[in-house]
Design a protein around this ligand. Structure first.
Ligand SMILES: Cc1cc2nc3c(=O)[nH]c(=O)nc-3n(C[C@H](O)[C@H](O)[C@H](O)COP(=O)(O)OP(=O)(O)OC[C@H]3O[C@@H](n4cnc5c(N)ncnc54)[C@H](O)[C@@H]3O)c2cc1C
Length: 449
């Protein structure tokens, strides 16, 4: 650490896809970066979101993040939750960083929009984030958080990629259990790769033999609206129709292979409660016109052992950051700027709200290149970058909030200032027993089962 020559120090909050991307870009440009991560390992939703059967994708993304964070100018600070172990305001205003990048993702479930939903959490209502985390850690002896029983015929409310994974967790797990009862041992990954019908056929069984109902996803839009394939902003009518057709075909295939069904044009209206537990949902039929969803007068009931809400993830509030509804109150949504903290930028899922690895990485690259690097005066194309930054900041809201004043390139930090930041980083690393070397730390922070 002592021999590094840097012009600035930057803190990144969250070390996963978006955080690692920003940290690496800045380190490559001679910036000292401290990455504060709440967990021992920096893999975020790659480790605790993607169900474990995404083995290839997970391995690729682990390698990518690990390589990026191995840069000698990046100082990893694990087991440090900003807002809990270190106050956000202190980190931004007190530590001496030229700027701070929030890359903390979205770890809270959007509340199910029905009356008194929160009263029934754990009593027939389950949210996606803890459900998937528990599934991923089901064979991890060190896992101490909440666990969930997996029921056939569960009700899933959702519509994105994650809700399909939730439905698959149910049908794959219940199929595996039925096979185990017959003395047949098949792993979840094997079942996922081959699909349920083929796996059963290999054992001379059919789906009907298992006497399972499968799982239904209730979705407020049409099947072709499910965002499994992205429609580019400038897509022609013809292109849109093609993507919609491909989405329908993908879902048909997933339905056959994983025994899940989609009930479109259905929005949750009310929980059905009996004996203090949610035992199902009343749903309201919807209509989609010109891309807008409207409610009809038609309702129907659906009972099931559990309702799993998978309608999107939102950022966990951090003390000191103003919220607007369920989101951070950004005055600039391109670069995730906050009125009260002119030196803060934000990247990845915390801003995009898109549960998508590529979208997080792309956004992180854009924020780093156009805003942070321009701000620090280390961009590849400083004029172009600065121009982009200024135009984004010149929105009426940003100017009104004073954030636009920060469009000026920052003078380099003095050696004394940099040394003072290093001392604080090192003190926190010592407090969490971090050996000072990322490779050594990662070799010991073993992957849970
Ligand atoms: C079930 C499921 C299936 C999915 N399937 C796919 C898929 O097939 N393809 C795809 O592209 N995407 C998929 N995604 C989405 C994808 O995994 C995420 O969108 C993406 O990984 C987000 O990256 P990120 O870096 O923006 O956020 P995250 O991965 O959430 O990273 C944020 C990091 O910040 C840390 N952090 C949070 N708060 C703090 C704090 N206060 N202090 C310090 N650290 C903090 C977290 O621990 C985490 O490491 C799926 C998600 C889920 C839930």
């Amino acid at each position: 650490m002592e021999n590094e020559t840097c012009s600035h120090c930057v803190a990144v909050i969250g070390g996963a896809t978006a955080g690692a991307e920003v940290a690496h870009r800045l380190a490559e440009r001679g910036i000292l970066v401290a990455v504060f991560e709440q967990n021992p390992r920096p893999f975020g939703k790659i480790e605790d979101g993607l169900p474990r059967w995404h083995q290839g994708l997970r391995a690729k993304e682990y390698k990518n993040i690990r390589e990026k964070l191995s840069h000698p100018l990046i100082h990893y600070v694990p087991n440090t939750k900003i807002g809990h172990d270190i106050e956000f305001k202190d980190l931004v205003d007190g530590w001496g960083f030229t700027c701070v990048v929030l890359a903390n993702g979205a770890w809270r479930d959007r509340p199910l929009p029905v009356e008194d939903a929160e009263e029934y959490v754990g009593k027939g209502l389950v949210y996606q984030n803890p459900f998937v985390i528990a599934f991923n850690h089901r064979e991890d002896p060190a896992y101490e958080d909440e666990t969930f029983e997996i029921f056939d015929d569960s009700i899933v409310v959702g519509g994105g990629l994650a809700s399909i994974d939730v439905a698959k967790i149910i049908t794959l797990s219940t199929t595996r259990r039925k096979l185990a009862e017959r003395g047949i041992d098949v792993s979840i990954t094997e079942l996922e790769v081959k699909g349920i019908p083929k796996t059963l056929a290999a054992h001379d069984l059919s789906w009907e033999d298992l006497d399972l109902a499968g799982c239904t996803i209730y979705y407020r839009r049409r099947v072709e609206d499910m965002p499994l394939i992205t429609i580019p902003d400038d897509a022609s009518e013809e292109r849109i129709a093609k993507v919609q057709k491909a989405r329908r075909s993908m879902l048909d295939k997933a339905g056959d292979k994983f025994k899940l069904r989609i009930e479109p044009l259905s929005a949750p209206d009310e929980l059905i409660v009996e004996g203090g537990r949610a035992v199902g949902l009343r749903l309201r039929r919807t209509r989609v016109e010109d891309g807008r969803v409207s409610m009809t007068d038609d309702t129907y009931e659906r009972r099931g052992p559990v309702v799993i809400s998978s309608i999107g993830s939102i950022p966990e509030p951090i003390d000191g950051i103003d919220m607007k509804g369920e989101l951070f109150d950004f005055v600039d949504w391109t670069y995730g700027r906050l009125a009260a903290y002119p030196t803060v930028f934000s990247a990845g899922n915390v801003v995009t709200g898109k549960g998508n690895i590529v979208a997080s990485r792309k956004h992180a690259r854009q924020v780093s290149k156009e805003a942070v690097e321009a701000y620090l005066g280390v961009g590849d194309a400083p004029h172009e970058g600065k121009h982009a930054q200024i135009s984004a900041l010149e929105s009426a809201e940003a100017i009104a909030s004073g954030v636009a004043d920060e469009a000026t390139v920052q003078p380099p930090m003095t050696q004394e200032q940099i040394d003072a930041v290093r001392v604080r980083i090192r003190a926190r690393q010592s407090a969490v027993d971090y050996p000072g070397d990322f490779g050594t730390w990662m070799d010991h922070a073993a992957e849970p089962c």
